[in-house]
Design a binder for this molecule. Sequence first.
Ligand SMILES: Cc1ncc(COP(=O)(O)O)c(C=O)c1O
Length: 365
Amino acid sequence: MRKTILMNPGPTNVSETVRSALKTKDICHREPEFSEVLQRVRSNLLKVVKGEKTHTAIPFVASATGSNEAVISSIHGKILLINNGKYSERLKEIAKRYHISTKELTFHPLEQIDLKIVEDELKSDAKISHMVLVHHETTTGMLAPLRQIGRLAKKYSKTLFADTVSSVGGHEIDANLDNLSFFTVNANKCLESFPGISFVIARKKDLAALKNKSRSFYFDLCKQWEYIEEKGQTPFTPAVQLFYAADKALQELLEEGLKNRIQRYKRLKNILKIGLGKLGFRFLLPGHLQSNILLAVKLPINMDYWKVHDMLKKRCFTIYSGQNLLNQGIFRIASLGRIGEKDIRTFLIELRKILDKLGVRPIYS
Ligand SMILES: Cc1ncc(COP(=O)(O)O)c(C=O)c1O
């Protein structure tokens, strides 16, 4: 069977060693061997985000939305929601579901967040207790100015929660320099493991303040933390094998080194960008707003996205449609996960062949 190269922004391709880690012996999650794996996963994740001394990593058997919900359902106070796309919209929906007072600052999804507007809002509304944003908006590939927002949170003494689901492992994130009280990540994006588990990384002192505050039973952040700390186990039955895979994936990330992984992703994205540019494609965002791992490509008026998608799939490449913005005509190509330069170059060759076969040279109105 030929390997499919996933060029969607997660789940991603994983290494063969991560895949093999799934085939661990049958083991009960209440046994010390599993506790060891659980603790190593948590401490290695903290190393990736430089939060070993101040933060803790709390796993949930849930996709990243579950971890986001774990944070938001614990908030008491008023949220300033910095909204610049679909994933911040989802955070807003979660807050609404839990009846949490929310002030929304909406920015155009193709324009950088205006820090002055954010600061003015912080100055004018003393009730705001939390700032919430998405670091890498995966629908567009836009990166938010997290560090500056972290500084504002510090200046105005606000609790900062960032959805860093698609950026931990692909961008430099520093739990303390970015002043993050809470942030979230799933296993299946830049960490290069399988979907099914996600993590809240929380500053311990902010977490302790959440005791008995959660409105959720399963996603009670503080209770989950206390249980894991006390017993070295999760309170509920975890996806045992997925933790073994995540353990291997995190070890491989630390062996590769975060800086090197970021460089690999940057290099792959640049090869992709240059190659697509040569084929005549244009991009949704200017270079300085793009992340290291994703290109939102404008859909040419003479190209049938799904036809090209299906033809690429037959050649073992999966690309990704636009979300929300699809009507405005984009599709997405990601270059994260365990893929290499050869995969990207082969992809570009196959795409060229498909366009030739269809007689398409990208045209934009
Ligand atoms: C930035 C961001 N936040 C949240 C999510 C939701 O993650 P999940 O589908 O794992 O719940 C995604 C998924 O792609 C994402 O990119």
